[in-house]
Design a protein around this ligand. Structure first.
Ligand code: ATP
Length: 285
């Protein structure tokens, strides 16, 4: 399947964005926000902050996977979490989305303390997650998967309109709306997973390794899609092992190693960092 077919229709929906309803989101301005971010050196201005994680510790039994990290994401940003296998990237996302309950620390979203809330309440606050490996419901149809993404909503007419717009954005999903999701290609499944997350109309999207196992052309299309969604107001926290690719679309990034943050800054400053390039970007470049 060609990537162009997969996401055919991108760029035609600017008048009716699907998903991002962050009407007060700041416009995306990579250069300006990247510079601001590096000069702030890890400090968010509270007015712009959408997500603020403070001294987060998350454990599996007695093992601390996250050892007291603090990160923030401002409205309208794309922020990447990068690092090697087992660094704690997925654990961080799962802590934010309420799948895992943090041992200590606070997580604030849109001015509210969401630490320890169950996942369904966190979705209602405006956070949607695309988990590693996509986790679409393989035995259900494409349409049923999309409907599940809207389970927190009761505005039936608006859901139908969003579904239509979603199909305009992803015509391949329209063609396959009655098909069992497990029979889709890897790229189509990733597309469905993102589309399903957007059906909850999130303010922030958490994505865990969206490039995993996909051909380079499809990965490029997915990253283009993320950039476009961000331009329409969606704030994005992106976990990627493919650090070089993540830094290309992110405004800022945090580097995780063994559950701690070892570096952070604007993507441009991290890309220019010789040590970081050797440690994390060598294989990906
Ligand atoms: P990967 O890219 O491999 O998913 P990651 O940076 O996302 O890596 P995590 O999956 O968050 O890392 O794992 C962080 C640490 O927690 C690792 O040491 C991992 O072995 C451990 N871990 C993850 N899931 C569990 C679990 N369900 N039970 C016990 N330990 C876990």
């Amino acid at each position: 399947m060609r990537a162009a077919q997969l996401f055919n229709g991108r760029g035609t929906t600017s008048a009716s964005p699907i998903g991002p309803t962050n009407h007060d989101a700041v416009p995306h301005a990579t250069g300006a926000s990247a510079t601001d971010a590096s000069s702030k050196d890890g400090e968010s201005s509270k007015a712009k902050e959408l997500l603020g994680i403070h001294h987060l510790i998350t454990q599996y039994g007695n093992i601390q996977a996250i050892k007291g990290i603090s990160i923030y994401i401002d409205k309208g940003e794309i922020v990447a979490l990068i690092g090697a296998n087992g660094a704690g990237k997925s654990t961080t996302l799962l802590s934010v989305s309420g799948v895992l309950t943090p041992t200590s620390g606070t997580i604030r979203f849109n001015g509210q303390n969401i630490s320890g809330l169950p996942s369904h309440q966190i979705v209602r606050q405006g956070i949607a997650q695309v988990v590693e490996g996509r986790a679409i419901l393989a035995g259900l149809t494409v349409l049923e998967n999309l409907m599940l993404g809207a389970y927190i909503r009761s505005d039936r007419n608006a859901i139908e309109q969003d579904m239509d717009r979603m199909f305009d954005r992803f015509p391949r999903l329209r063609e396959r709306s009655g098909q069992i999701a497990g029979t889709l290609s890897g790229g189509e499944q990733q597309m469905l997973a993102i589309a399903r997350a957007l059906m909850s109309r999130p303010k922030m999207l958490l994505l865990d390794e969206p490039s995993m196992g996909l051909a380079p052309l499809i990965v490029e299309e997915i990253f283009n899609l993320l950039r476009e969604l961000n331009e329409q107001g969606l704030t994005i926290l992106l976990v990627e092992q493919n650090a070089a690719q993540a830094l290309e679309i992110a405004d800022r990034a945090y580097v995780l190693a063994s559950g701690t943050i070892v570096r952070s800054g604007s993507s441009s400053s991290l890309l220019a960092d010789e040590h970081l390039r050797e440690a994390y970007l060598g294989a990906a470049r």
